[in-house]
Design a protein around this ligand. Structure first.
Ligand SMILES: [Zn+2]
Length: 524
């Protein structure tokens, strides 16, 4: 008879289940290589919150051994977990792979205990495991609705538990600017506040007069970046330019093409007012702002946006026209490439790699800019991949977690193959996958939980296993084992009878961004 699948998400690449089991009666004795001190301290906190066991450190006769291996034993990025009736051996070369192995162990311990209490039992097995993609990302938009540090920590906790390792933080947009700049204080004094917010669907022109505000101080950012680093998550900040810049323009109107006052937008969608690239002061501003933020975001990547930037204002702006002529461009649209290359060279001079949305793709774009694909010209993207340039896939059709379950059911998200056309022959260019959560329709924590869970678990498995996923039925059976842990942590999720709406409801639902899920509180 086939054994019940172990309740692990993501599922490991290789599991050999063996006879017998290990039992922990009253405590867990540990011995570890000091190189893994940090991983052990996160593990200890996780175990304390999930399982009522005491952890002690001893040299002789420990139950759990963490060992750093030599290169010939294990490949880079992989870990090996051996569970015998008397011991648990976990081996890895790097801290990040040891951390991943510890996450597997915590999931096994949690599953082997009765509601988190000792004694606990884990069956004997050998796991050999490594990630399919090096980039296993999630993006949170805090511009549309500011969520705050506690929610971000919850997300980082669950991402790391699911072996996800990139937190892309969308911190500026038309509806708000969410990070303190000491050099440009008006960005938050003016840009972090909007007096009203659109209500109703994407095309609605109705607003309610509820103000919305919030931003992170630099100290708060640093704390969260460190919290993420402890969990082997890289934070990638995004300051989206030249479009989606109303909040920046409201604070510093001289950065726009028109001599007028701008407002922090109460409306969603695409706005015509974008940054004026025709004047040097705009580029100076961006260099100074990015430069300041690089100090609080020490990671290797910086995202400069570049999506949905209509060029209507540039067409009518004498400065943008003049620069287009000076550069010998045929079209004013090419200023977007000019801006992207300029920012890329600045970021490179600071030792960072730039990421941008796929709208910036053009023949003259610097080759080292990483392209994040969401929607658009697939041929252009494939051409980019063919030359060995790097890509992150955030396919709108399945990985946008702001969609309803009617549009993007759990099954659709799980079985989705992000590699289209010739991308399949250029996988060396694919850094990985990332699921964004845009928050126009996510005003509360309850709504955020419902949108994220359990779909984030499907994303995590796709990122870790790639096309070696064992299938939706298998995933679904394991999911039941992890949902009680969300409950225990006070996190809401869409119930299993909601996540795969029947086909008749999906028919004709179109690209619905309208709310769904009655009973999910809209107000705290
Ligand atoms: Zn201009």
């Amino acid at each position: 008879m086939e054994k019940r699948p172990l309740p692990l998400i993501p599922y490991p690449h290789s599991i050999q289940r063996q006879p017998g089991s290990l039992e922990l009666i009253d405590s867990l004795e540990i011995f570890y290589h000091p190189y893994f001190q940090n991983e052990m301290s996160v593990f200890r906190r996780q175990v304390a919150s999930l399982i009522a066991t005491e952890i002690t450190y001893i040299k002789e006769e420990a139950c759990l051994f963490l060992r750093q291996t030599e290169s010939e034993e294990l490949s880079s990025g992989s870990y090996q977990l051996d569970i015998t009736p008397s011991q648990i051996h976990l081996a890895a070369r790097e801290r990040s792979s040891m951390f991943a192995g510890l996450q597997t162990l915590v999931q096994l311990m949690r599953a082997g205990s009765d509601a988190g209490h000792l004694p606990l039992q884990i069956e004997c097995m050998r796991i050999l495991d490594q990630p399919n993609y090096e980039w296993r990302g999630f993006m949170l938009d805090e511009a549309r609705h500011f969520q705050g540090a506690e929610t971000v920590k919850m997300i980082l906790d669950w991402m790391s538990y699911l072996k996800m390792n990139v937190f892309h933080w969308h911190l500026s947009d038309d509806q708000g600017f969410r990070v303190e700049s000491k050099r440009f204080p008006l960005l938050t004094e003016i840009g972090s506040y909007r007096p009203a917010t659109q209500r109703g669907g994407m095309l609605s022109r109705k607003v309610n007069m509820q103000s919305h505000q919030g931003f992170y101080t630099q100290a708060e950012i640093s704390e969260l970046v460190e919290y993420a680093a402890d969990r082997h998550i890289t934070v990638v900040p995004e300051i989206d330019v030249p479009g989606h810049s109303s909040a920046i323009l409201a604070a510093y109107p001289e950065l726009g093409c028109r001599d007028r006052d701008y407002v922090v937008q109460p409306y969603w969608g695409i706005h015509s007012d974008i940054l004026c690239v025709g004047q040097k002061s705009t580029l100076d501003f961006l260099e100074q702002l990015y430069g300041e933020l690089l100090d609080i975001f020490p990671g290797p990547y910086f995202h400069s946006g570049g999506d949905e930037a209509p060029k209507k204002r540039w067409h009518r702006c004498p400065r943008c026209q003049e620069l287009t002529r000076q550069l010998g461009y045929a079209k004013v649209e090419q200023l977007q490439t000019y801006l992207a290359n300029h920012l890329n060279r600045f970021l490179q001079s600071q030792g960072r790699t730039m990421i941008a949305w796929n709208e910036v793709l053009s023949e003259d774009l610097d080759a080292d800019i990483i392209i994040q694909f969401w929607l658009g010209n697939k041929t252009e993207l494939i051409d980019h991949a063919k030359t060995g340039r790097r890509i992150i896939l955030s396919n709108y059709n399945a990985y946008y977690l702001d969609h309803t379950y009617t549009h993007s059911s759990l099954e659709k998200v799980y079985i989705f193959d992000p590699l289209f056309g010739d991308l399949k022959s250029h996988t060396a260019s694919i850094l990985g996958i990332e699921a964004p959560l845009w928050t126009e329709f996510v005003p509360t924590r309850a709504r955020l939980d419902w949108q994220l869970f359990p779909r984030l678990l499907a994303i995590a498995e796709s990122a870790w296993l790639g096309n070696s996923r064992p299938g939706y039925d298998h995933f679904h059976r394991r999911l039941a084992g992890l949902l009680p842990q969300l409950e225990q942590a006070g996190i809401g999720y869409a119930a299993l009878d909601q996540v795969d709406p029947p086909a008749w409801r999906r028919l004709g639902s179109g690209i619905s961004l309208l709310q769904e899920g009655k009973g999910v509180a809209e107000k705290d």
